[in-house]
Design a protein around this ligand. Structure first.
Ligand code: 6GU
Length: 233
């Protein structure tokens, strides 16, 4: 799989894409990730990539020229249909595990990091396949959202996780939140690990974990409890 990230701040990505599971997936050849500096595709004398909105109002809007040129550069000779262009914007559909799973089946994804107060609508109408937001809060731009998309998708690529990190029992793939975890020591500052976890009785442990996970999901995220009112699955 391949990601191209179109951004005016490529320096944001350096550290984040060179650590942990993302680094290992890149080294294993499971994913190729490039950052593309939008400013490299500006043609004006001052290499600007934004301008004032027609009709007036606050803020600056990303102009179509550099964005079209950058995406065309990312596509190279490949047909437009074999890549998907995602714009990171607070106006988008909210990202979730199911959208990540769909994206993990794509071959080539171009992520455009929205900046300033918006993006020219002609880019959205004719270049962008999907607009994505990562939640109901305001980011300064799409860069951190692009990292969320890349991380969540890479975890789903076959071979990206070792056995120890297997996503089978994780929150959300399993449909709810996780049960509480404990490790050594068995007693820390007077706080003890629940007896059942030290019992060696794996049937009882499984049942305790299932009950704890359900209790936590019911109280924090009732929308995720299968069969309950409000569950979105
Ligand atoms: Cl994708 N962009 C911005 N600017 N803010 C956001 C977002 C994206 N997702 C949530 N908030």
């Amino acid at each position: 799989m391949r990601f191209d990230i179109v951004t005016v701040f490529p320096e944001i990505f350096a550290g984040a894409l060179e650590a942990g599971i993302i680094r290992r997936a890149r080294q294993a050849g499971l994913v190729e990730i490039r950052t593309v500096n939008l400013r490299d595709f500006a043609t004006s004398r001052h290499r600007s990539v934004d301008d004032r909105p027609y009709g007036g109002g606050e803020g600056m809007v990303l102009t179509p020229g550099p964005l079209f040129a950058a995406v065309e550069h990312c596509r190279g000779a490949e047909p437009a249909a074999s890549s998907s262009v995602i714009l990171l914007t607070p106006q988008g559909e909210t990202w979730n595990q199911n959208l990540a799973l769909q994206a993990s089946r794509l071959g080539h994804v171009v992520l455009i990091c929205g900046r300033y107060e918006g993006v020219d609508q002609r880019v959205i109408d004719t270049l962008v396949d999907k607009e994505i937001s990562i939640g109901d809060y305001v980011l300064s731009g799409g860069e951190f959202a692009a990292l969320v998309v890349v991380d969540t998708v890479i975890r789903l690529l076959p071979g990206a996780l070792g056995n120890a990190e297997s996503s089978v029992n994780e929150s959300f793939s399993a449909g709810g939140l996780d049960y509480p975890q404990y490790t050594r020591p068995a007693e820390f500052r007077g706080m003890v690990v629940p007896d059942v976890l030290l019992s060696g009785d794996h049937a009882r442990i499984r049942e305790w974990r299932r009950a704890k996970a359900l209790e936590k999901t019911r109280s924090r995220r009732p929308d995720l409890v299968p069969g309950d009112a409000g569950c979105v699955r």
